[in-house]
Design a binder for this molecule. Sequence first.
Ligand SMILES: Cc1ncc(COP(=O)(O)O)c(C=O)c1O
Ligand SMILES: Nc1c(O)cccc1C(=O)C[C@H](N)C(=O)O
Length: 415
Amino acid sequence: MGRMTLGPEDRTAAEALDARDPLAFARGRFSVPEGVVYLDGNSLGALPSGVRAAVLDAVDRQWGQDLIGSWNGNGWWTLPERVGDRIGALVGAAPGQTICGDSTSVQLFQALTAAARLRPDRRVLLTDAANFPTDQYLADAVARLLGLEARRVDPAALEVGPDVAVVALSAVDYRTGELWDVEEITRKAHAAGAVVVWDLCHAAGALPVDLDGLGADAAVGCTYKYLNGGPGAPAWLYLPRRHQQAADLPLTGWTGRADPFGLAGAYEPAEGVARARIGTPPVLSMVAVEAALDVWDGVDLAAVRAKSLALGDLLITMADGLREYGLTVVTPRAGARRGSQVSLRHEKAYELGQALITRGVVGDFRAPDLLRLGLAPLYLRYVDVWDAMHALAGILAANEHEAPRYRRDQTAVVT
Ligand SMILES: Cc1ncc(COP(=O)(O)O)c(C=O)c1O
Ligand SMILES: Nc1c(O)cccc1C(=O)C[C@H](N)C(=O)O
């Protein structure tokens, strides 16, 4: 779809786009609260309808009745590989290369350490100065542990010297929504002999990714954003087959050992990606993720991408109409450089976000001045974007956000 010319007066045009949306059916797979326009699926995805029954079954029948027999009888033990493969299918990973478990931060530690150990003669780890804090902290921590130097770079001007062991970046900038040229960066890093670790938190389920085709050396991501696995849902690690044998993973937990129930005193890695298992999987959370992944049945990621960009086009067009109020679009306009969110800059971004919540529109705020609006194409409609931007226009026009109750309380948790 090309650029839109939809004006704030034209809700019927948004309705027409919904009427011919090939993904319209997917909204029925979610429980989205009535009267809420949810633009925060890039932080916590909405609740897929099937999750409740799956978790209740895991609690009442599997845990309550079947008790410990559930590790085998209800497939608890194999959840990390099973769910991992289903996530892998959404990021271009053939089976046997993706494991689900722990947090993104833990998986970053695993991936960065193992990646650096693949290049023992090199001393530098590159990360993005604007990367999500946990990515930067863990790059520093791994560098300290292995005696490397963690260097901050701008992905747009990446240069990879002969001393670089690892290039570790997020595909999408969590603040601006900019999508980096993942193919070109991977190619550049490989040409210089480095390995590449991608953080796909803001890409998995938001746009097509082809990890195998890319030749990525490792990747991580969460499942609580566009994969809708729920609060605190476990993350995932992609470790391609070609590195599995050589990968020296730092967290050698007992469930990643060959024959874990042999209970031997010394570690020996399991075959394949199972070696990336660490401790006991968080069964209830992983059952939720597994059920959440059902929303992808029959969904074409190319259609998800097309709708994500079209929703973004609509949002950007309407935001451009609000320039007179000091609102600017910071997300790149070119579709190829956009993830699945649009970030708007305004000196009162926090207050605007709070006033929007009062009107039933939920986005989020990133300091110091960004209003971040996430676009999850499976459950968002064009009219939702229209209604959100219409509400924003009303707030700005009436100065609603200047009300004292919207002032930022510095002690509040900003989600
Ligand atoms: C790019 C990126 N990496 C990592 C994380 C979070 O890591 P964790 O799942 O360990 O909280 C986030 C968001 O929370 C993120 O946006
Ligand atoms: N993981 C989160 C959490 O536990 C609480 C609040 C927010 C988050 C997030 O996911 C933040 C998110 N990664 C971001 O892009 O800013």
